[in-house]
Design a protein. Structure first.
Length: 211
């Protein structure tokens, strides 16, 4: 991504195979009337910051189609089976020049709202020094999104395997930014997870027709 982009960018990690969905694609599940991936991208775009989405190079057309018409940059991941680190490396390489921080958002977290993202973005803008910010619960449980300063981009670009950025977080002081409810820790990986979540929401969301 060649455009100058001083400030914070948002990186949506959406290159995973999601094998625990047993053939369905969790990123295409219906949330607020659109596929989850589109919902997250639309929400991220409301912050007025660059948005990058990682996708497998061989991603199904339905996943790419979910982003049609949105002003996002797609970062292709050549070997998504190599683990989350491969997605991170591709995403970091696609950040705009002049980017001072990256908000990492997992693609399977339907509870994350625009206000959640704005809270983390403001905390980053107001921070002094190269601190790491992480969304969490009111009781102190750490979750997502995670905001990394540019000083850690090189370390992120050098990651390997499926632990993602966890090894970096283990070695640094992290500032927790409380988000409402379980927004920061609610990821949906299986059909059972989605069924339970919809029941909790009173049936206000329905499975995507693409599934």
């Amino acid at each position: 991504m060649s455009d100058t982009g001083a400030g914070l960018s948002i990186l949506i990690l959406a290159a995973g195979r999601g094998t625990r969905m047993r053939g369905a694609d969790k990123l295409l599940e219906d949330v607020a009337g659109v596929p989850l991936l589109r919902h997250l991208a639309q929400t991220a775009l409301t912050l007025g910051r660059p948005v990058i989405v990682t996708l497998p190079r061989d991603a199904a057309q339905a996943r790419r189609a979910a982003l049609n018409g949105l002003a996002v940059h797609i970062a292709e991941v050549s070997d998504p089976d190599a683990g989350m680190a491969a997605s991170l490396v591709a995403g970091i390489a696609s950040l705009p020049r002049g980017c001072t921080g990256a908000m990492l958002l997992l693609g399977d977290m339907p509870e994350i709202t625009g206000e959640d993202m704005k809270r983390l973005a403001k905390a980053f803008d107001d921070a002094s020094g190269d601190i790491v910010l992480r969304g969490g619960t009111a009781d102190g449980t750490a979750g997502h999104p995670v905001v990394f300063p540019a000083a850690l981009f090189a370390a992120l670009a050098g990651l390997k395997g499926d632990r993602g950025a966890g090894r970096l977080l283990a070695d640094r002081e992290v500032t927790l930014v409380p988000l409402p409810g379980d927004h920061a820790i609610r990821d949906l990986d299986t059909p059972e997870d989605w069924k339970k979540w919809r029941e909790e929401k009173g049936g206000q969301v329905t499975p995507s027709a693409e599934n």
